[in-house]
Write a protein that binds this ligand. Structure first.
Ligand SMILES: Cc1ncc(COP(=O)(O)O)c(C=O)c1O
Length: 364
């Protein structure tokens, strides 16, 4: 049985007619950068998330970079985030010469532990980047409360949580700025790289729009040092089609995620914990197992693909050794990094395939 980790082909086949039509329209209009497709997509993103401004950009990484640039983050500034995330979250902090200050995660949700944030704040702290990992929002109310009291900005790294809800509100509209990724395997995935920045602050939105277009306020007049961080029209056209279907896909992902958890109850694994008041989009369905190498090996002999998100927390990465952290500094992140493994997940995973995966896990 051939099981894909994420079934992007089944998704394309389902929406093929609409996607092909939209992409061909871009080709014949020759409006490849900006234009109507992008404007439509951005409008639909705002309708979906509730954020006043939605700004398409070149990737989730650039979305985070642009958010920090818009806040004038520079050398000497400190940004609080979690070490249990994809490197992009902290990479952009370093690229601007600022310093990542890591705070450990909660043992159940794997998101930043808000009770540990306050101890990490100094007079140099400018922002907190909570990551809404695996598709479940971080505890944004508690984080926003701390940030408001300490005069710090909150940027939600929503690269994995587009479409998730927190106390009835959508991810990407839970803090001053939010950033998401449209990397092909994300819950809302493009056919290449893409991302978006969300804010309801008019000034920040205007600045971000300039920054992603070389800091231009009009053609060849540059107010800021910016980047080429635009989302192209073909990606916007594809994403606009997929956005129409996302709620159905999220419902299916939720069904599949809950079914995994039901079928795994009684197995010696820790299934995802979804906090009351949250819905997850299961960007990953990740479980914790004790003998991970053996577990992965067993599944691989039955041709069940797995992935590890993420095997080494950021404070132990060679690239971040200069920050001076050591093994043992963030014990929960380290423990989870040793035990976590993601199972195949997409809205198109059939029950038969899921049953096969469960049998592979339960078998000898
Ligand atoms: C938590 C997190 N942050 C940032 C990114 C970066 O997004 P992109 O790959 O679109 O640059 C990702 C994507 O993998 C992510 O999962």
């Amino acid at each position: 049985m051939k099981i894909n980790f994420i079934d992007l082909q089944a998704q394309y086949n389902t929406y093929k007619e609409q996607i092909d039509k939209e992409v061909l329209e871009v080709m014949s209009s020759a409006a490849f950068i900006g234009g109507e497709k992008l404007a439509n997509f951005e409008k639909n993103l705002s309708l979906y998330t509730g954020a006043k401004h939605s700004i398409g950009c070149s990737s989730g990484t650039d979305a985070l970079l642009l958010a920090l640039m818009a806040l004038d983050i520079k050398a000497g500034d400190e940004i609080i985030t979690t070490p249990f995330t994809f490197i992009a979250t902290a990479e952009v902090i370093a690229l601007l010469g600022a310093t990542s200050v890591f705070v450990d995660i909660d043992e159940k949700t794997y998101n930043i532990d808000p009770s540990k944030i306050e101890d990490a704040i100094t007079e140099r702290t400018k922002a907190i980047i909570p990551v809404s990992l695996y598709g479940q929002c971080a505890d944004m109310d508690t984080i926003n409360e701390i940030a408001t009291r300490r005069n710090i900005v909150v940027i939600e790294d929503a690269c994995q949580s587009f479409g998730a809800t927190y106390k009835g509100k959508k991810s990407c509209n839970l803090s001053t700025i939010a950033c998401t990724s449209f990397f092909p395997s994300k819950p809302l995935g493009a056919y290449g790289d893409g991302g978006a920045i969300f804010t309801s602050d008019d000034e920040l939105a205007a600045k971000i729009k300039m920054l992603l277009n070389h800091g231009q306020n009009e053609r060849y007049k540059h107010k800021y040092i910016g980047i080429n961080g635009r989302l192209d029209a073909i990606q916007a056209a594809v994403l606009n089609v997929k956005l129409k279907h996302i709620d159905t896909e999220i419902k299916d992902r939720d069904f599949i995620g809950s079914r995994y958890s039901d079928l795994l109850s009684g197995c010696d694994v820790i299934t995802p914990y979804i906090e009351d008041g949250n819905t997850s989009v299961y960007a990953q369905y990740s479980i914790r197992v004790k003998n991970r190498d053996e577990f992965i090996q067993k599944l691989s002999t039955k041709e069940v693909p797995t992935a590890i998100h993420y095997p080494l927390p950021l404070h132990l990465q060679e690239a971040f050794l200069y920050l001076g952290y050591h093994k043992g500094d963030f014990p929960i992140s380290e423990m989870v990094a040793n035990e976590i493994v993601s199972l195949p997940m997409s809205a198109f995973l059939s029950e038969a395939h899921q049953d096969y995966i469960i049998e592979a896990i339960k078998g000898e």
